[in-house]
Unconditional design. Structure first.
Length: 249
């Protein structure tokens, strides 16, 4: 059986996201391609965890992200897992030095922040930063041999930053600014060539993101459509070959 088909899909470890025009195509791919290969490896599809729907309408969870109607967010379960890790690091029964705790927090902040930095995370990053700072202040106060009631006021955000604490919001802002710079460069090129840029200059960032997101989705759908058409032709050839082999036998 020829398995070299042009199938549009995304893969991460054992998670697959397969794109097709309809449920019938997915069932054909599953029956004629995926199941035969998995059976050779003594594996099977976990049906209860499988899900199908329209990518632009139904919520899709994949590699820790949620995709829904053009939105790109962090999966709620992953946010809760991150919170639990922060709470575990800053547990009051620990007697580690402040710098050791800050180093552990930074490892989690950098890993989580850079993994999810391209999603729509501004608000959740701000909330998580507030949680991290509150937990660190509480840890420092509890483990310091001091009766200074103004300790919490002294440990401002700037003070914690000077101690080396990283910030999820800083990661988001850094990459958000880089994207804005790229957009501005493209806009300048259009002005120089004399092409109209409409009212883009008057739009706020949210409107620009929305328009860019719509354009991106349309481009992706065009690419997926062309790939699906090729897949249909390949599957049609495969079906004809299977029928011919059965007749010859």
């Amino acid at each position: 059986m020829d398995l070299k088909l042009n199938i549009p899909f995304l893969r991460f470890c054992d998670d697959y996201l397969i794109f097709a025009k309809g449920r019938n195509q997915i069932e054909q791919i599953l029956k004629n391609i995926i199941n035969p290969v998995l059976s050779e490896l003594n594996l099977s599809v976990n049906i209860p965890k499988s899900k199908s729907g329209k990518f632009h309408q139904d919520k899709v969870s994949f590699i820790g992200f949620e995709f829904y109607a053009g939105y790109f967010r962090i999966k709620p379960e992953k946010i809760e897992e991150f919170k639990k890790k922060i709470i575990k690091i800053t547990h009051l029964t620990k007697k580690k030095p402040e710098q050791a705790i800050i180093k552990q927090l930074n490892n989690k902040i950098l890993g989580f922040g850079h993994y999810y930095k391209f999603a729509q995370t501004k608000q959740i990053f701000e909330e998580l930063d507030a949680l991290i700072r509150a937990r660190l202040r509480r840890y420092i106060q509890r483990n310091k041999d001091s009766k200074d009631k103004q300790m919490n006021l002294v440990l401002t955000n700037v003070a914690l930053q000077s101690m080396g604490l990283k910030s999820l919001e800083e990661i988001y802002q850094k990459y958000s600014q880089e994207n804005q710079c790229k957009f501005k460069k493209k806009k300048k090129i259009k002005i120089k060539t004399g092409k109209s840029i409409g009212n883009l200059a008057k739009l706020d960032l949210k409107e620009i993101e929305a328009k860019y997101g719509q354009k991106l989705i349309l481009n992706q759908l065009k690419e997926l459509t062309s790939l699906v058409k090729r897949l249909e032709r390949r599957l049609s050839k495969l079906e004809r070959k299977l029928v011919k082999d059965k007749v010859s036998k």
